[in-house]
Design a binder for this molecule. Structure first.
Ligand code: CUA
Length: 461
């Protein structure tokens, strides 16, 4: 009896300890699959909880039987303790029924698991009213689905929107009310795409295209708050402002609505842990505005052209024209402040044209080419490179270095000066052809150039 009490005491101590340990971690942690905010993740959560309850039931049943037997058949006296109990060999009835019960439990688990696998691998058919009804989806949510081609690279993400002809990196903007089809591929090693609150993991395999999809639960994102607060808009920088105002970078919870954390979930090299990203949910209108801005920014036909003295210009037109004060052959962008008549060339001191950007921005733009950044990064219409993350409208991003740092002057300066210290093994610092003679590696002690690059990059809005 005493031993049994000691055993019980130890068990309860362990339980208290484990409970305390789990108490330290909240289920709404930013990368928690236990706080589903989408249909697919909710389904996976339900399957998980079913198996948890079955496990708890089994634990109690087996543990209860054990305790019962220990109590019932305990030795009640010293003599009894010395006796050898009658020996028997199994009990085929109990054994058979246990096997049957196990099989039934497996079937109970298998049905929703297989249904979940089917759900995860295929967006429901828009014409399949029965399924849509069961999933509580509206036809328009499927018909208006967007597609994102995700490419994993060491150590960042490319997000291409084939329907809209635009490309971005590391921040996946999507409409909260619509299904999002995700085509996954990699250009180097295996990665894994994981936004815990929206959907489960799926690997990106060399030479193979994988697929998954998700749809956010708009009700849960809004949770009764006004839309502008629950889902700040990305296209005009409100999301960035809200994130910066509310969130410490180390925040482990989700203080800003519509912001979901994503992470590469398959070891892919030394900076695998830093290969994160963000998924930003938007209202339909805000998403459309974001797409429009991106399309305009990535449209080569909308690039400001050189000033033409034979042309008249409307107020607000942007042209490029030489600005000797910035150096020989430097073309700067000018914006007309009124209607321009023929032959009225941009002139800094003139009243008809104004500088479209600061001097730092224009010098930063030159540096972006001369320091060879353009070889890997496309920025709006100017870059040609695609080896590194696309930086179109970079000033609207909330994070930098693949979701790893806050995208502000301070972090950007740290990153530009020595990105290897932030993200060991990254290819901007360690890629082919980058050695100690590369101009990028000379930035460490050059605050002026770094600040000019920052003015240019964050000026992409
Ligand atoms: Cu990419 Cu781990």
């Amino acid at each position: 009896m005493r031993r049994l009490l000691v055993l019980l005491f130890r068990t309860s101590l362990t339980t208290v300890f484990i409970t305390a340990l789990f108490g330290c971690s909240r289920i709404d942690h930013k990368q928690s699959a236990l706080d589903p905010k989408g249909l697919v993740s909710q389904n996976q959560y339900d399957v998980f909880m079913l198996s948890v309850w079955i496990t708890i039931f089994l634990f109690c049943a087996v543990g209860g039987c054990l305790l019962f037997v220990l109590w019932k058949y305990r030795a009640k006296s010293k003599e009894e303790a010395m006796e050898i109990p009658p020996q028997s060999h199994g009990n085929s009835k109990i054994e058979t029924s246990l096997i049957l019960v196990s099989a039934v439990i497996l079937v109970i688990l298998a049905i929703p698991t297989l249904q979940g696998v089917v759900l995860m691998n295929r967006v429901p058919d828009a014409n399949d009213e029965q399924t849509l009804k069961k999933l509580n989806l509206d036809r328009s949510q499927i018909e208006g689905a967007i597609t994102v081609n995700v490419t994993g690279k060491r150590f960042f993400w490319i997000f291409e929107y084939p329907q809209f002809g635009i490309v971005t990196a590391n921040e996946l903007v999507f409409p909260a009310s619509k299904a999002v089809r995700i085509n996954l591929r990699t250009e180097d090693v295996i990665h894994s795409f994981w936004v815990p609150k929206l959907a489960g993991k799926m690997d990106l395999m060399p030479g193979q295209e994988n697929f998954m999809w998700f749809i956010a639960d708009q009700e849960k994102i809004l949770s009764g708050k006004p839309t502008t607060e629950a889902m700040p808009s990305v296209f005009d920088g409100k999301m960035r402002q809200t994130v910066f105002a509310k969130q410490k970078f180390s925040d482990e919870f989700e203080p800003v609505g519509g912001l979901f954390y994503g992470q590469c979930a398959e070891y892919c090299g030394n900076s695998h842990a830093y290969m994160s990203f963000r998924a930003l949910a938007q209202t339909d209108e805000d998403f459309d505005s974001w797409v429009k801005r991106f399309q305009n920014s990535q449209n080569p036909n909308l690039q400001p052209s050189a000033y033409n003295p034979e042309k008249q210009y409307k107020k607000g037109s942007i042209v490029t024209f030489a600005d000797k004060s910035l150096g020989d052959q430097v073309q700067r962008e000018f914006r007309s402040t009124k209607k321009i008549t023929k032959g009225e060339a941009p002139n800094i001191s003139g009243k008809s044209w104004a500088k479209a950007h600061s001097d730092d921005y224009e010098i930063g733009k030159q540096l972006f080419s001369s320091l060879q950044c353009v070889q890997c990064h496309a920025v709006n219409r100017t870059g040609i490179g695609a080896k590194g993350p696309n930086l179109t409208l970079y000033g609207l991003r909330t994070s930098l270095a693949a979701g790893w740092m806050r995208n502000d002057e301070e972090s950007l300066s740290t990153w530009l000066k020595n990105s290897n210290e932030v993200k060991f093994g990254n290819l901007m610092w360690n890629g082919e052809g980058v050695d100690d003679t590369h101009p990028l590696r000379q930035l460490e002690n050059d605050d002026e150039k770094v600040n000019q690059l920052i003015a240019y990059l964050l000026g992409q809005i």
